[in-house]
Design a binder for this molecule. Sequence first.
Ligand SMILES: Cc1ncc(COP(=O)(O)O)c(C=O)c1O
Length: 420
Amino acid sequence: MKDLFAKIYKDKGPLGKWASQAEGYFVFPKLEGEISNRMKFQGKDVITWSINDYLGLANHPEVRKVDAEAAAAYGSAYPMGARMMSGHTDLHEQLQNELAEFVGKEATYLLNFGYQGMVSTVDALVSKDDIIVYDVDSHACIIDGVRLHMGKRFTFKHNDIESLEKNLERATKMAEQTGGGILVISEGVFGMRGEQGRLKEIVALKKKYNFRLFVDDAHGFGTLGATGAGAGQEQGVQDEIDVYFATFAKSMASTGAFIAADKEIIDYLKYNLRSQMFAKSLQMQLVVGALKRLDMLRTMPELKENLWKIVNALQSGLKERGFDIGTTQSCVTPVYLKGSIPEAMALVKDLRENHGIFCSIVVYPVIPKGLILLRMIPTASHTLKDVEETLEAFSAIRSRLEDGTYKRVSAKLMEMMGES
Ligand SMILES: Cc1ncc(COP(=O)(O)O)c(C=O)c1O
């Protein structure tokens, strides 16, 4: 019989195999200093384009003050226990009520982490007779939620309404046999490429098919819509989203998340979300911090305006210089370049060491082989000067990519890795 660990010793996985070259630099990098547009990486100043602090709240003095006061008042333990048992407070309820009003739903329920919360919301919404139809490019937390489902599931091609409809037809036939219902899952904004989920068109299919819609709006909350209520508000279909999810880990610059829906649905979910029933409640420090941040989202529209000023300057500047930024419809700004993984490594190193630009790099298997995706997250704390410097740097690295500089630099690395 094989040792359980035999496969681990042999194969570190598609990303893990790069660990000795990549760790500490390309993956698990340590950004130091206060969270901001400019931080330090390995002792050097860099403009940071990889932090989801959309509204620049992470290091806002008012936020820092409230966080510190809440920590002094409550510590990081309070309240102890799961919400249902001993971890419930007035402030948890107040935050839920304020969030419900903000996103235009009857009720919300707090989640101690978005990821686990999404997994168990999917799990709680369906039983084995139900059918899930979800976008093939869904975030891992949706996929993991679907993995728990004991019944049938279908994927539809990314943001492809024709494919969704085909799968809804299949799902409808199947549901008629099983006696179950259908749950459709999409994202408000797809976090890698920045496209919005086609919520308006998905909702329009409700006239023809009987399903409920669950939307993960991690990147839309706070950044899209007239009041920042997200992609549903932006597309005018917030009311038709049956269950809405957002995390505090992006616009709110914190930890925690929530789901929003009709009161009867939330009342059901709060008794059936295993990730919340059997885990510690969101600590008070985070609840008080979230109340403050939500108040700022409501009362300081300039935060979102500043964000979009930077988004527009960055995206139009990249387009004017002929960069391919794909089909983004949100703040998420992907830049697609052609090259191998070693070339991508040389390019990112050049960006960080010689131009002081820090952004995330995404390569195969997350995106197709031969493509390099530099993923940029503009925030309200960036300046137009940051944008200008970054555009200059991007033009420079593109020239070096095209004249083969990175190929030469990386040839040695490719040899070492046995790749061609
Ligand atoms: C689309 C999406 N859903 C869910 C999550 C998970 O949220 P959290 O970080 O609160 O666990 C993320 C990442 O933060 C995300 O990008």
